[in-house]
Design a protein around this ligand. Structure first.
Ligand code: TTP
Ligand code: MG
Ligand code: MG
Length: 470
């Protein structure tokens, strides 16, 4: 293991909620909950002000509303979070080529590999500068952990939260870990935690005391040895910039060329299902679906489609593969077919993200359907023929809580709420004072959806707001 604390772990603070507070001056310092707002919605995250009431990620939204009835409840704006994430990851890549993102708001960086730090002082300086730069470029705060291995760097950033930096001095790791609950170690979930507790082991120190043999007896060889090593703060895992697995794919070569188009479609569906099985087996999900076709004359072509978010849903992969096949001429016959998924993401958090996105989408569609219905009993009765002639209800007009709008007269704002044919908008921007609320009819012609504004106005001269380099 290295002797200097040059592995950095960054995790943004209350990421989605902080982005919302930075966008919406009226919400700064307030309880903000972001997530699905439908009947089955769950909390994506909440501001630290809302955590005081016991609200947390993955909690049913209904429970959050009971705990924090006065909080602001907003639907996620994934596009904005992705943009910020790219800015943050860009800053990390300036420190080292070895950046290992774990999710949108979190990554390991090997400072030594980038020549940015080689000892405690230089690591500390790099960590401080990074936090300043993140604030200058994104307007948000992130917490930094520095240590000689990944496990402790991550523990350090957790301790640093919110808005802090913690450096764990090499040599102090074991003493620091000893009193901590076993759950702090990577690979210890609720089940392993219970198992260890029944064996009389509650803290990391007790794992070290129990000894290697006892751990192997309790958890089996692989898991027992790995956990024992972690308890002694032995963690040699390198920071890896690229995943070892870049894609997951399956293909079949056919003894006899397939000419029948229906049969080709069926084969592609089967391959899509097998590919998803592998993907799930590796606990991965991916954004880009690839179709490979080798024709009777050995000409081979690949076609790909990139989705908005990572998926491991067989129906989604099947549909994408089928769409790709539609654009391929197979009249002469097909020798080989393949389906793959690339653009892989962590199954765990990215998957939650994809679920939340799907949920938000479903809710939007439900709302759009509801908006399309006749508006209350007071509406003028319309003759059937006339109704047919009417233009389609404009489905884009979903006024989703927290999303951006623009009004011809009042400018940029965000939807604070809607219902009963009315939409309430708060007019403010990231760099304005807290704004005023106004209410409109949902079909007000002066009101339209808008793109999120950048949280920080781009600097006038390049690098103006960044911390100076020696
Ligand atoms: P986290 O880093 O776990 O949480 P956080 O940034 O909101 O708060 P902190 O790190 O300060 O404790 O997750 C990053 C984002 O990922 C989070 O803002 C929202 C999203 N997310 C979900 O959508 N669902 C989840 O269950 C979790 C844990 C996170
Ligand atoms: Mg975070
Ligand atoms: Mg995180």
């Amino acid at each position: 293991m290295r002797t200097a604390p040059t592995i950095l772990h960054l995790d943004m603070d209350a990421f989605f909620a902080s982005a919302e507070q930075a966008s919406k001056p009226s919400l700064r310092g307030k309880a903000v909950v972001v997530g699905g707002l439908g009947p089955r919605g769950v909390v994506s995250t909440c501001s630290y002000e809302a955590r005081v009431f016991g609200v947390h990620s993955a909690m049913p939204m209904a429970q959050a509303r009971r705990l924090a009835p006065n909080a602001a409840y907003l639907v996620p704006r994934f596009g904005l979070y992705r943009q910020i994430s790219e800015q943050v990851m860009g800053l990390l890549r300036e420190l080292s080529p070895l950046v290992e993102p774990l999710s949108l708001d979190e990554a390991f960086v090997d400072l030594e590999a980038g020549g940015t730090a080689w000892d405690e002082a230089s690591a500390l300086l790099a960590g401080k500068r990074l936090r300043d730069d993140i604030r200058a470029v994104t307007g948000l705060t992130g917490s930094v952990g520095l240590a000689a291995c990944k496990m402790l760097a991550k523990i350090a950033s957790e301790q640093a939260k919110p808005d802090g930096l913690v450096l764990i001095e090499p040599g102090t790791e074991r003493a620091l870990l000893a009193p901590m609950p076993v759950r702090i170690l990577p690979g210890v979930g609720p089940a392993t935690g219970d198992h260890l507790r029944r064996g009389g082991i509650n803290t990391v120190g007790e794992i070290a005391e129990a000894g290697e043999d006892e751990l192997v007896r309790l958890l089996g060889k692989a898991h027992g040895l790995a956990l024992y090593a972690m308890a002694l703060a032995h963690d040699e895992r390198p920071v890896v910039a690229e995943r070892d697995t870049k894609s997951v794919s399956v293909e079949d070569t056919y003894d006899v060329d397939i000419h029948d188009r229906v049969r080709v479609r069926m084969e592609v569906q089967r391959l899509a299902d097998r590919c998803v099985q592998r993907l799930r087996g590796a606990q991965l999900s991916g954004r880009t679906i690839v179709l490979k076709v080798r024709r009777y004359d050995f000409s081979t072509l690949t076609r790909s489609e990139t989705l908005r978010g990572p998926t491991d849903d067989p129906a989604v992969v099947r549909e994408a593969a089928a769409r790709l096949l539609e654009a391929v001429d197979t009249t002469g016959g097909v020798r080989l077919l393949g389906v793959g998924v690339t653009g892989l993401a962590d199954y765990t958090q990215e998957d939650l993200f994809a679920q939340a996105q799907a949920q938000a989408q479903a809710e939007a569609e439900a709302q759009a359907a509801a908006d399309g219905e006749p508006e209350g009993l007071g509406a003028e009765p319309v003759a059937a023929e006339e109704a047919v002639e009417e233009p389609e209800p404009v489905v884009e007009r979903q006024w989703r809580a927290g999303h951006d709008v623009r009004h011809v007269e009042f400018g940029h704002g965000w939807v604070q709420g809607s219902g009963l044919g009315r939409v309430t908008v708060r007019f403010e921007t990231p760099d304005s004072a807290p704004g005023r609320v106004k209410t409109f009819r949902v079909d007000d012609p002066g009101l339209e959806g808008a793109e999120p504004l950048p949280l920080v106005a781009p600097p006038v001269g390049e690098g103006l707001r960044r911390s100076p380099r020696p």
